[in-house]
Design a protein around this ligand. Sequence first.
Ligand SMILES: Nc1ncnc2c1ncn2[C@@H]1O[C@H](COP(=O)(O)OP(=O)(O)OP(=O)(O)O)[C@@H](O)[C@H]1O
Length: 234
Amino acid sequence: MIAAQDLTYRYGDHTVLDDLSLSIPDGEFCLLVGPNGSGKTTLVRQFNALLEPDSGTVTVNGRNVTENPVVARTSVGMVFQQPRDQFVAATVGADVAFGPENLGLERTDIGRRVDEALAAVDLDGRENERLDELSGGEQARVAIAGALAMEPEYLILDEPLVGLDWPARESVLEQLDRLHAEGTALVVVTHDLRDLHERADRLVGLRDGRIVLDDDPGAALDSVADLGVRDPRC
Ligand SMILES: Nc1ncnc2c1ncn2[C@@H]1O[C@H](COP(=O)(O)OP(=O)(O)OP(=O)(O)O)[C@@H](O)[C@H]1O
């Protein structure tokens, strides 16, 4: 379980997370919505210690992430909204291999994970291509492959479907279904609930750094208009 307890986070005197508590149980598929600037990205970046709270704690499986950032980053994978922010290598294959290499895995295991992760986002056979020569949608898919190759217990995706063409969108949705069926917990930050609300177990809404909605997605849809999100049934 990821458990955020009484989290407060400020940029200067701007309080972005305001005494917020939220738990993500193992295997849950949770959607996180809220208007621009409501604190969604700031919140999920605390889940693997990329940001440290001013007060409050985050634990993953009972371990404080600030005190155990390496453990947290192994358990909690993150795919950022701007894929360029997370690339560490020049080529597709080297970038996807980087995380598993840091886990100290055998070469054959690393190769298997890279092959499976690239196939999962329909980029198999493109290991040697340069990341800076890929389109935005292709870069987004490499970023997802990099997270998949870590085989994390919890996977956080910030707007994973933005900018993807139809086949890429379908393959990412298939991966979300597969991961969910296999027991990976998913947190998807989104402004667009299409194709997601019917897959998720829960919808959490943020406003001004506080949770203002936390319900089954079906029940929550009646209230999402206030959170800058269109009801996908309309
Ligand atoms: N590095 C920073 N320095 C100062 N303020 C920041 C910084 N990053 C974010 N903020 C502010 O924190 C608030 C919350 O930002 P955050 O990115 O968490 O919102 P969000 O809900 O993810 O928004 P969006 O839907 O636009 O992605 C915003 O008001 C933003 O301006």
